[in-house]
Design a protein around this ligand. Structure first.
Ligand SMILES: [Zn+2]
Ligand SMILES: [Zn+2]
Length: 668
């Protein structure tokens, strides 16, 4: 027995004797076998991360390395080990000459694969992230290393051809880009937050930055929200680097192909990677640059425990491995703004004068809906004029947005006066109630206009395409939404109606972009509603060609629409960061949620040793369980993560009912 055998459960006496007997036999067999192996002559100890999601056992364990496995049980290799009476998978993270373990070490059972798929820097990354998100190391490892595919390991990976560089041509209009690229070329580690401009070919610009780092002898890793973005960057990298230099890591393509590409990276045969969020852990050799595109996109938030965010994963890598970092987006998140304000990164932006020449944006009020059209005259005119020279994009809000209550008069979202959570009405005769802390607001008044009426905004009709077809007879109207998303359209003068997030890219850019029903997107029930609304509009508007026209339909006086009209994502992010600080919301605060049944939550709250200044909001019922929101000032974020990690270890050791911990949930 070693220290990591699990405690035995209570058993019936008869069963116990049978089990003891079987154990004695197994032990005798093991002793016999044990006599058969010689320990490795050098570094006979292997530290192994075992695939067991028990928080209190979440650390490497030492095993003895038999001489027969001396060469194959290398750091990064997959092994089978005996743990708590079972054979379990693990990774060797280190070989050592001695151990602190006082008893006799068990030998490794076998080496599943000598292929070193877990790099030391990824080991360190998973440790930091497990702590940051108060999660299990084995859960992070599962995100970091894809399942093994034995066939793929048999094939060798063809090394990349030599790369000679070439001039960067796409960054000319961006202030301070020359300094950033010069430092990349010199194998330094510059960090930047980049605001892409309308009509920018951002995949080509990313490819240029990657090529610059790559030409300096280093690898690069690019994470984008979805498959369509991967395809665009893939094409741009092929154009810039040529064939055979990069791989795409995405969930699709099948396990064999995915593992083959992963191995090419782990073996150092490919040092340029583009992929979606799971690629953030890719074992790129000599990593010199990490790029995250559009960090405000929900798809960057991992839906599996412990729910790490791509931006956090890549910025942690940049810190730990001393690489350059590029956070690019058309919009800007308060988190990216925070990186600038704290001096962690420098700003790359297109000067106002260039922006003004690139695009003309106006906001126009909606007309009386009783007239029966959603498209006011100025928007109609923009579409008509646009169709004279090319395709026109019309963006409509996505159906199915959960709408929170808003002021009847000015449509400001209604928020709790205690904790700023969203208000909803639980039943027809109930007063409005906070969805976070449960506080009721029987006498709600709008802080913006003083109005007392509340409404749940109604969803826009899905009739836009039909309406446009009647307005522009003879014009082809194409739709892109839901499960029928167009990746791209050509140069033909079609009207392209797309729901938010499903906008196709036009080959030469759109002549005009019209954003409909902006107030519906703003009414989304979410702490990030305004940030997300502006991001969506800017992303659609940025698809315009240079010199194009953008019209947004909504209240022209609304500050978010004004940020769009002025094309000022930076100013918006600054104000948003200030407002969040005033409301004690992220990134000025760190939020975590605990979810589970009431009894389990009660236990958890008793065990939890919260840092100073922590607030506990709730519990309130959410779906079929209850939820507590924990909030601490930003500086106490690591202490909150630490307290939640301690809680998980205590719970796991005492076998208490599960509670789900989520640090920095994207929305609550
Ligand atoms: Zn109001
Ligand atoms: Zn509240």
């Amino acid at each position: 027995m070693t220290s990591h055998e699990a405690p035995e459960a209570d058993m019936l006496p008869g069963l116990r004797a049978a089990v003891d007997d079987a154990r004695a036999k197994a032990a005798a067999t093991r002793r016999r076998k044990a006599a058969d192996w010689e320990p490795a002559t050098t570094d006979p100890v292997a530290r192994v991360l075992v695939d067991i999601a028990l928080a209190h056992l979440d650390r490497p364990f030492d095993y003895a390395v038999p001489q027969t496995m001396a060469d194959t049980a290398a750091p990064g290799a997959r092994v089978k080990v005996r743990f708590a009476g079972q054979d379990v998978d693990g990774f060797v993270v280190e070989r050592a000459s001695t151990t602190d373990h006082t008893g006799r070490l068990q030998p490794l059972r076998r080496v599943v694969s000598p292929e070193p798929v877990l790099l030391p820097e990824v080991v360190r990354l998973t440790e930091t992230l497990a702590r940051r998100y108060a999660g299990a190391r084995s859960d992070v490892l599962r995100l970091a290393v894809p399942p093994r595919h034995a066939r793929a390991e048999k094939d060798t990976s063809v090394p990349a051809p030599p790369f000679t560089g070439g001039p960067t041509t796409t960054w000319g209009d961006v202030a301070h880009a020359d300094a950033f690229l010069r430092r990349l070329a010199a194998a330094e580690a510059p960090r930047a937050v980049w605001s892409a401009a309308p009509a920018d070919d951002w995949p080509a610009m990313v490819a240029d930055a990657v090529a610059t780092a790559y030409a300096s002898g280093r690898g690069a890793l690019v994470c984008v929200p979805d498959r369509r973005d991967v395809d665009r960057v893939d094409a741009a990298l092929t154009a810039r680097l040529g064939e055979g230099h990069h791989v795409c890591l995405t969930a699709d393509g099948g396990p064999a192909a995915r593992y083959r590409d992963f191995l090419a990276v782990a073996r150092g045969a490919r040092r340029v990677v583009v992929g979606t969020r799971s690629a953030a852990f890719a074992p790129v050799h000599d990593l010199g640059l990490v790029v995250v595109w559009d960090d405000g996109d929900d798809l960057h938030a991992e839906p599996r425990a412990p729910y790490p965010h791509t931006r956090e994963v890549l910025l942690t890598r940049a810190e730990q491995q001393g690489t350059a970092a590029l956070l690019g987006a058309v919009a800007r998140t308060p988190e990216a703004q925070h990186l600038l304000a704290s001096g962690w990164a420098r700003e790359l932006a297109t000067p106002r004068s260039v922006l003004r020449a690139r695009v003309r944006v106006e906001a126009v009020p909606a007309e009386d809906r009783a007239v029966g059209t959603r498209i006011p005259r100025p928007a109609y005119e923009a579409i008509r004029r646009g169709l004279e020279s090319g395709p026109v994009l019309v963006q409509t809000p996505r159906a199915g947005y959960a709408a929170a209550l808003a002021c009847d008069t000015c449509r400001t979202p209604a928020r709790c006066s205690v904790c700023t959570g969203p208000l909803s009405v639980p039943g027809p005769v109930d007063p409005p109630q906070c969805r976070w802390c449960g506080h009721t607001e029987p006498a709600w008044a709008c802080p913006t206009c003083g109005g007392r009426g509340l409404r749940a905004p109604v969803r826009g009709e899905a009739r836009t395409a039909e309406e446009l077809g009647r307005m522009f007879p003879g014009t082809t109207v194409r739709s892109s939404s839901g499960d029928r998303v167009l990746a791209s359209v050509g140069e033909r003068a079609d009207v392209v109606v797309a729901t938010v997030g499903a906008e196709p890219v036009a080959a030469k850019g759109y002549a005009a972009v019209v954003v409909l029903d902006t107030w519906l997107t703003l009414a989304r029930d979410d702490l990030r509603a305004t940030e997300e609304a502006l991001r969506r509009w800017l992303n659609a508007a940025a698809l315009v060609r240079a010199g194009g026209h953008v019209v947004a339909v909504g209240d022209p006086a609304h500050p978010i629409l004004q940020a769009l009209v002025r094309w000022d994502p930076a100013g918006f992010a600054r104000r948003e960061a200030e407002e969040r600080a005033a409301a004690h919301l992220p990134p000025a605060a760190r939020i975590a949620t605990l979810a589970g049944d009431l009894g389990a939550l009660d236990d958890a709250l008793h065990l939890l040793d919260l840092p100073d200044g922590a607030e506990v909001l709730g519990p309130v019922p959410v779906a079929d369980e209850h939820r507590v929101v924990l909030r601490v000032p930003w500086a106490h974020g690591p202490a909150l993560s630490g307290a939640l990690g301690d809680l998980q270890r205590l719970r796991s050791a005492r076998k208490l009912d599960p509670v789900r911990v989520q640090v920095d949930p994207l929305t609550i």
